[in-house]
Design a protein around this ligand. Structure first.
Ligand code: EPU
Length: 446
C-alpha cells in the first residue's frame, strides 16, 4: 500500500456507534446534470445547495473549458454564465478523461450551442461494462454524426438535430438524460419510451421546464418533448441526495447508532424505508420546512434477514445496495440480494468476508425475477449469513459506493482498520471525514 498519499488513507478506530446529526445537500446525480443543462440557456443559471464533491469540480472544469463563467457567490450557490460558450481544446478536455461519466451528457447542449462536440473517453465507477451504446444510438437518431477518434468521440450535426421516436432497451438514467438534454432544443417532437423516471430525472425535467422546455411525463415510462428554439437560464434548488442519506442510515444500523439526516426526504426514499423497517431499523420523519430530515437508528435487539432485489425507480436503488449489505451482515439468518442494474456490483463483498462476514456470490438470479444478467457468468446475486462479528482490516476502496461500505464496515468492526483510496469517496460524499467526526467516529487521515 505504498502508492497512497497521507490524504488518501483513513485510519478508523472501529466499534463506536455513530450518534448525532449531519446534513445532506443537493443530489450528486442531479446537480452535475443541472450544471450541464445550464449550457443550453442563453442567460445565466443559478443552482443552490451544491455539495463540495469532486464530481462538481470535474463538471465545473469542463464548463469553464467551454467558456462558461462559473462563480460561487455564497456557500453552495453556483452561477453559470453562458454568454461566451466556445469550443474547447481537445487536449484540455482530455485532462478530464477517465475522471467522470458526466462528459457524455455534454453532447446535446454542445451540438446545439456550437454545432459540434468532442467527448473524451469516460471514467466513473468500475461496476460493470458501462457501455454508451444507448447514448450513441439516440444521438444518431436525432441526426448527429458520431465518429470515434483516438482520444474520444467527435460529434457533429451537419443537418441540425431533429426530434425522433425512441425506445430504450433498458430504462437507463444517463441515456434518458442524454435524450432530454438533446430533445429540448431539437426541431419537432421527441417521444421516448422505456425512459428512466428516477426522482433525479424528474428534477432535471423541472430544471428544463424552468428554462422554457416543454416536456410531458406520461405514465408507463413515456416522455414526450416538444423542441423549442431557445432556452433561458434557471434558478433551482435540487432534490436532496437520497443515496448519501441512505448510506448514513445504513451506517447507523450497522454500528447500532442513531443518526439524524437533515435534508433527507421521505418521498424520495419510500422503498428504502420499507426495507429499513423490514430489517428491523427504526426511523422517524421530521417534516418541519427547512429544518426537517429523517432520524435513523438501531432500536436494539437483533436485525432480521431479508430478500431484496435492486431495480430502476421505483425499485430499491442499486446505489443503496452496498451500504445496506454491510448492515445485513449483522442480521440473523440468510439474506438474499439480487443486483439487477449493474452486472458487477458485488465484488466488494470479498473485502467484507476478509473482515469476518459470510457472503457468497452467485451467477444465478436468486430470490426474485430472472434479470438480463442471469446465465451470463456475472456474479450478481449474494447470500449473506449473519450475524457476523466484523474485525478490523486493511481495505482498498474499489469504487464510490463500495468505498463507503468499506468505511461503514470498518466503523462497525472491532479494532483499527486502514482504508486506502478514500479520495474516491469525495466524488460523492461531501466532507465525509468532518461528518464522521461530528457523529463521534474515531477516524484520522494519514
Ligand atoms: N447501459 C447500457 N448502455 C448504455 C447505458 C446504460 O447498457 O448506453 C446499462 C448499464 O450498463 C447499466 C444500466 O444500463 O447496466 C443502467 O445504467 P444507467 O445508464 O442507468 O446508469 P448511469 O446513468 O451511468 C446513473 C448514476 C449511477 C446510478 C445509475 C442507476 C450518475 C452520474 N450516475 O448512472 O450512480 O447507479 O444511474 O441509478 O447519475 C453513483 O452515484 O455512485 C452511481 C454509480
Amino acid at each position: 500500500m505504498t502508492n497512497y498519499d497521507a490524504g488518501d488513507v483513513l485510519t478508523v478506530y472501529g466499534g463506536t456507534p455513530l450518534n448525532g446529526e449531519l446534513r445532506v445537500r443537493g443530489a450528486k446525480n442531479l446537480v452535475s446534470k443541472a450544471m450541464v443543462a445550464a449550457l443550453l440557456g442563453e442567460t445565466p443559471s443559478r443552482l443552490y445547495d451544491v455539495p463540495a464533491i469532486s464530481d462538481v469540480a470535474v463538471v465545473t472544469g469542463l464548463l469553464e473549458l467551454h467558456g462558461v463563467k462559473v462563480t460561487n457567490p455564497s456557500d453552495g450557490e453556483f452561477v453559470f454564465d453562458t454568454s461566451d460558450v466556445e469550443s474547447a481544446n481537445v487536449d484540455e478536455i482530455n485532462v478530464h478523461a477517465g475522471s467522470s461519466r458526466i462528459p457524455i451528457l455534454f453532447c446535446g447542449p454542445l451540438l446545439h450551442r456550437l454545432g459540434h462536440a468532442f467527448i473524451p473517453d469516460l471514467g466513473g465507477c468500475n461496476i460493470g461494462g458501462r457501455p454508451i451504446d444507448f447514448h450513441i444510438q439516440a444521438l444518431r437518431e436525432f441526426g448527429a454524426v458520431v465518429d470515434k477518434s483516438e482520444k474520444g468521440m467527435d460529434i457533429t450535426a451537419p443537418d441540425g438535430l431533429k426530434g425522433a421516436k425512441l425506445e430504450l432497451p433498458y430504462p437507463s438514467v444517463g441515456a434518458t438524460e442524454q435524450i432530454l438534454l438533446t430533445a429540448v432544443r431539437a426541431e419537432g417532437v421527441t417521444e421516448l419510451r422505456n425512459a428512466a423516471v428516477e426522482p433525479e430525472i424528474i428534477d432535471l425535467i423541472c430544471v428544463l421546464q424552468k428554462m422554457g422546455a416543454i416536456i410531458k411525463v406520461h405514465t408507463d415510462r413515456v416522455i414526450e418533448i416538444q423542441g423549442v428554439p431557445r432556452l433561458v437560464g434557471y434558478s433551482h434548488r435540487p432534490i436532496p441526495d437520497r443515496i448519501e442519506a441512505a448510506s448514513w442510515a445504513a451506517a447507523a444500523l450497522a454500528t447500532r447508532g442513531d443518526v439524524f439526516v437533515k435534508g433527507a426526504r421521505q418521498v424520495d426514499m419510500m422503498t428504502f424505508l420499507n426495507l429499513y423497517t423490514t430489517v428491523g431499523g427504526a426511523f422517524e420523519i421530521d417534516d418541519t420546512p427547512g429544518e426537517g430530515g429523517i432520524r435513523f437508528w438501531h432500536p436494539g435487539g437483533e436485525l432480521k434477514a431479508v430478500a431484496m432485489e435492486t431495480d430502476v425507480h421505483p425499485g430499491f436503488m442499486t446505489d443503496w445496495q452496498q451500504p445496506m449489505v454491510v448492515a445485513l451482515t449483522q442480521a440473523r439468518g440468510l439474506s438474499i440480494v439480487h443486483e439487477t442494474v449493474y452486472e458487477r456490483r458485488l465484488g466488494y463483498t470479498a473485502a467484507l468476508n476478509q473482515m469476518g462476514a459470510t457472503i457468497q456470490t452467485y451467477r444465478e438470479c436468486l430470490g426474485g425475477t430472472p434479470c438480463r444478467f442471469g446465465r451470463r457468468n456475472f456474479m450478481h446475486s449474494a447470500v449473506i449469513a449473519g450475524p457476523s462479528k466484523l474485525h478490523a482490516a486493511d481495505l482498498v476502496i474499489p469504487d464510490l459506493r463500495a468505498g463507503f461500505s468499506h468505511l461503514i464496515a470498518a466503523l462497525a468492526a472491532e479494532g483499527t482498520s486502514r482504508v486506502y483510496g478514500v479520495k474516491l469517496i469525495q466524488r460523492g460524499y461531501e466532507d465525509f471525514e468532518g461528518k464522521l467526526n461530528a457523529l463521534g467516529a474515531h477516524v484520522e487521515l494519514g
